[in-house]
Design a protein around this ligand. Structure first.
Ligand SMILES: C[S@@+](CC[C@H](N)C(=O)[O-])C[C@H]1O[C@@H](n2cnc3c(N)ncnc32)[C@H](O)[C@@H]1O
Ligand SMILES: [Zn+2]
Length: 297
C-alpha cells in the first residue's frame, strides 16, 4: 500500500494514496480515508472536548480515566485526533488487517503509545466485551447492526454516524423500515426526518439496556447524519426517554403537520384541516435534537 502523510488538526497521519482516477471512491482503497469528512472530525474533536468538560464537572472522574473508542477506525484518524487534541485515552478498532497495521503505524508517528491502544476485532464483539465512556460509531452505511452493542458499551456518550440517508429519509422506504423499525416519510423536511428516525432507534436500543438519552448535538451534512447523544443510566431515565417517542402526522395536500407522543396511539387518518388522507411517520424521536447550554435534564 502506497501511503502519504497528511495533517488534520494537529495530528499527523499516514493514509493510502488514491489512484489518479477521480471517481475512485475512498471505500475502494485498502484502508479507508475520506478527506471530505475532515469537517465531521473537526466537529467530533470540538464536541468531544466539550462533553469531556461536562463529564469532569459532573462526575467523580479524572481525565486520565475517561475511555473513548473509535470502533470503526480505518486509518485511526478519529481516535488519534481525540487522544492528541482532547487529551483522553482512545482505543482504535478495525477488523481489517491492513487497517490494524496502519493504525499501529499512525500511533507511532504521533508518539501516542502511552495514550492509546489498537484492537482488531468485530466492533460488536469489542463493544459487548468492554465498556467505554464514549463510543464512536462510524461504519460504512447504516449503524443499525451495531446499535445494540454500542448501547450496552456506552456509559456516558454515544456518537453515531449514518451514511444511509436514503433509507433514513424515506427515499428507500422498505430499507428504512428494515433497518430502523420505523416508517420514514420522504417530505421537504427529509433531513430532520432521517435524524429523528436514527435518534428514535438509538433511544429504543439504549432503553433495552436501561439507559435514557439526551441528544447534545446533531447535524445532517452532505451524505450523512451525525449525532452526539449523552447516555443517562437507569430505568427512570430509560422510561422518561421513551416518553419522547411518537409519530408525526403529515398532510400531503395542505401541509398540515402534528406530532403525537406515545408508542400505542390513536391517530385519525383524516387531516383535521382539509379532510384529505394524512401520512404517518414513526416511531420517531420527538424531543430535542441538540441542547443550548445551560439546559439541564
Ligand atoms: C467508514 S470507515 C471508518 C472511517 C473512520 N472512522 C474515519 O473517520 O476515517 C469504516 C471502517 O470500519 C471497518 N469495519 C466495517 N465493519 C466492521 C466491523 N463489523 N467491525 C470492525 N470494523 C469494521 C472497515 O474495515 C472500515 O475501515
Ligand atoms: Zn390537509
Amino acid at each position: 500500500m502506497i501511503c502519504r502523510t497528511i495533517v488534520e488538526g494537529t495530528t499527523k497521519i499516514s493514509v493510502p494514496v488514491p489512484p489518479p482516477d477521480a471517481n475512485f471512491p475512498p471505500s475502494a482503497a485498502p484502508v479507508f480515508y475520506n478527506p471530505e469528512m475532515e469537517l465531521n472530525r473537526d466537529i467530533n474533536v470540538a464536541a468531544t472536548a466539550a462533553f469531556v468538560e461536562r463529564l469532569l464537572s459532573r462526575k467523580d472522574i479524572q481525565r486520565e480515566e475517561i475511555r473513548y473508542v473509535d470502533a470503526f477506525s480505518a486509518s485511526g484518524i478519529r481516535g488519534l485526533r481525540i487522544a492528541r487534541e482532547v487529551g483522553i485515552h482512545a482505543t482504535m478498532n478495525d477488523w481489517s488487517p491492513e487497517a490494524f497495521e496502519l493504525i499501529k503505524e499512525n500511533i507511532t508517528i504521533n508518539g501516542l503509545e502511552e495514550k492509546v491502544q489498537a484492537t482488531r476485532k468485530n466492533a460488536n464483539v469489542l463493544l459487548h466485551e468492554q465498556k467505554f465512556h464514549i463510543v464512536d460509531v462510524d461504519p460504512f452505511g447504516t449503524p443499525a447492526p451495531y446499535l445494540d452493542a454500542s448501547a450496552t458499551s456506552a456509559q456516558s456518550m454515544l456518537s453515531v454516524t449514518a451514511t444511509d440517508t436514503a433509507p433514513l429519509c424515506g427515499a428507500h422506504l422498505n430499507s428504512g423500515i428494515r433497518k430502523y423499525a420505523a416508517v420514514p416519510l420522504n417530505t421537504e423536511y427529509h433531513s430532520e426526518m432521517g435524524l429523528r428516525v436514527l435518534l428514535g432507534a438509538c433511544a429504543r436500543e439504549l432503553a433495552k439496556h436501561e439507559k435514557g438519552m439526551l441528544p447534545l448535538l446533531s447535524h445532517v451534512t452532505r451524505h450523512y447524519v451525525r449525532s452526539y447523544i449523552e447516555v443517562l443510566p437507569g430505568t427512570k431515565q430509560a422510561d422518561r426517554t421513551l416518553k419522547f417517542m411518537g409519530f408525526s402526522i403529515h398532510c400531503p395536500k395542505c401541509g398540515f403537520r402534528e406530532s403525537v407522543h406515545g408508542l400505542a396511539v390513536h391517530i385519525d387518518r383524516e387531516c383535521p384541516a382539509c379532510g384529505a388522507l394524512t401520512k404517518i411517520a414513526g416511531p420517531l424521536w420527538l424531543s430535542l435534537i441538540h441542547i443550548s447550554e445551560p439546559t439541564r435534564r
